[in-house]
Design a protein around this ligand. Structure first.
Ligand SMILES: [Zn+2]
Length: 259
């Protein structure tokens, strides 16, 4: 089954097309037509990102994730993460449409050097929200920037993705922001700890699948068009999982969508 491959720089323009707002000014990507066509007309857009769940792990362990599999079997594309294939760089690309030479982000405590989707939302009287674990990219970089643009950031304790999911559904219900983004870090943590090819990851993937199912059901009721993707993959290192290189295991991630 071969799916088209698009650069991570296409995500921000795709979100903008769904929400009918301009893409961030320095974006170099284009809207992904198959996603925009299906989700356009949704009042809101949510991006759910299980961290480091690449095509490599998907090939190994997809049977542990029947819900995500049911979406991917309907339709998916493959995204190519930008270099270096690490979390702050690729989330920065998701919200700007530019690679590192454009957004200037190397680490989560740095400031964006270009416009993000949050400035665009603010200029168009729409709201964005970022929900994620404290001490991770979603809280420390994306949420910090959302707040700087007068928008919403919620932070859950470290290692508590189920609380992240609770908070996301609470924000979606109470504030109904037009744009929501979350990072679910458990997958990155366990691939690092056990390495991607270890069967020890399976119970955590089953939990992540149930979490994604719960999020999609809750968000679809609130008229969110939902994109599920990862920021990068991982490859087997010496006893651990690792990433950051341009190998396919680090670079290629699945992306699917539903409403
Ligand atoms: Zn990592």
């Amino acid at each position: 089954m071969s799916a088209p491959v698009y650069s991570m720089t296409h995500v921000a323009p795709t979100i903008a097309a769904i929400l009918d707002i301009p893409a961030p000014a320095q974006s170099t990507g284009e809207p992904i037509a198959e996603i925009a066509a299906e989700l356009k007309g949704s009042e809101r857009c949510a991006v759910l990102a299980p961290d480091a769940l690449g095509m490599y792990q998907w090939g190994l362990w997809h049977q542990a994730m029947p819900f995500l599999g049911s979406l991917i079997n309907q339709h998916h594309v493959v995204l190519h993460a930008v270099m270096p294939t690490i979390t702050p760089v690729n989330f920065a690309t998701m919200v700007t449409g530019g690679d590192q030479s454009v957004h200037g982000i190397h680490a989560k405590d740095e400031d964006f050097q270009c416009e993000t989707i949050f400035e665009v939302l603010a200029a168009n009287a729409k709201r964005g929200a970022a929900v994620g674990q404290d001490g991770c990219t979603m809280g420390d970089l994306i949420g910090r920037w959302a707040e700087r643009c007068g928008q919403i950031a919620k932070r859950a304790p470290r290692y508590e993705d189920d609380i992240v999911a609770d908070m996301l559904l609470e924000v979606a219900t109470e504030d109904t922001p037009e744009f929501l983004i979350t990072q679910l870090v458990t997958t990155d943590d366990i691939f690092h700890e056990f390495k991607p090819s270890s069967p020890q990851v399976v119970p955590y993937l089953q939990d992540m699948d149930a979490r994604l199912n719960r999020l999609v059901e809750g968000l679809a009721e609130l008229d969110y068009g939902i994109i599920i993707l990862s920021d990068h993959g991982q490859h087997d290192g010496d006893g651990r999982g690792t990433h950051g290189t341009d190998c396919d295991e680090d670079s290629l991630v699945p992306c699917t969508w539903t409403k």
